[in-house]
Ligand binder design. Structure first.
Ligand code: GLU
Length: 299
């Protein structure tokens, strides 16, 4: 069993890595803030990365809009923003590495043929390379455990046994799973602070780190902001874009991170007070935070 405890890093490097499939909504502002506050509390660097490998859903105009919104809340990347679609050759190289290791296989299965497995792909198939194909990661019996500072000890026993995730799609686009691991490693990211919706994919990422022989970052997951039906507020369920540079919105976002500030006069002041007040242990064990009545206008 691989046991990934918090890696002690000499220099904290955190990141916020939005996929530009729509403008920034309230839930993503909360995530951006959590990663920013954690980095700044530890005198670290905070970097923005645009995860636009899915060329069918991501748009450059959304990347611009997201960056502008983050900047309007004084959330500036400490380094030039990395845009994944400009680094495709690196993902290709890393996929070749996995091909050499024979831990990936080509797959021509269709959604229809996988419907019987509820969309997952439970084992290697007899697909041929002569037809358009995706590349999937083979299943593994590896079991992962790691210490999530917020969610506690997470043990993934079944995650890699019954599914072969796609690393490169039939249409040629790379998957989030591969690109996120490669970039976090290349950018020397030491800490991931991200939404609890990504917890389920963590075992696959830890497995990729092992296959590449890389040390994974310290990973923790903040609670998700949910709507009245208990669903994550997301672009898929049409969360509204937030207003740019709006102090009351920032204060409400901080409230969900257990930071309640007295009256503040500016975004800059609120942010510096929030860095002092940030304490991830206040979120311990919380998986989701339903939007409060006064914030329903954000969805
Ligand atoms: N790009 C991912 C998203 O927007 C987040 C990646 C991550 O934080 O690991 O959901």
């Amino acid at each position: 069993m691989s046991n990934h405890d918090c890696a002690v890093s000499h220099h904290y490097r955190g990141r916020f890595a939005p996929s530009p499939t729509g403008p920034l909504h309230f839930g993503s502002l909360v995530s951006a803030l959590a990663s920013y506050l954690d980095a700044k509390k530890q005198q670290g660097s905070w970097i923005i990365r645009i995860e636009d490998v899915d060329g069918t859903r991501c748009k450059p105009s959304f990347s611009e809009q997201i960056t502008q919104t983050l900047n309007s809340y004084q959330l500036f990347s400490d380094e030039p923003i990395r845009v994944q679609s400009q680094h495709i050759e690196i993902y290709e190289q890393q996929l070749s590495e996995l091909k050499k290791q024979q831990v990936v296989f080509p797959c021509n299965c269709t959604r229809q043929s996988l419907a019987q497995y509820n969309g997952s792909h439970p084992h290697e198939c007899q697909s041929t390379r002569n037809k358009p194909h995706s590349w999937r990661l083979k299943t593994s019996s590896a079991v992962y455990q790691y210490q999530d500072e917020i969610q506690g000890t997470l043990l993934f026993t079944e995650d890699l046994k019954n599914n072969c995730p796609v690393l490169k799609r039939k249409d040629g686009f790379f998957s989030y799973q591969l690109a996120v691991v490669v970039d976090d490693h290349l950018q020397n990211i030491s800490h991931l602070v991200r939404g609890a919706d990504l917890m389920d994919t963590t075992a696959q990422q830890l497995h990729l780190y092992d296959l590449f022989g890389w040390t994974p970052p310290n990973i923790c997951h903040i609670p998700l902001i949910t709507n009245h039906s208990g669903d994550k507020i997301s672009k898929q369920n049409h969360a509204k874009p937030i207003e740019n540079g709006h102090l009351p919105t920032l204060l409400r976002a901080l409230h969900y991170l257990k930071i309640d500030l007295e009256a503040t006069s500016s975004i800059a002041e609120a942010l510096s007070l929030a860095i002092e007040a940030w304490d991830p242990s206040k979120l311990k064990g919380i998986k989701d935070l339903p939007l409060e009545e006064q914030d329903l206008h954000f969805i």
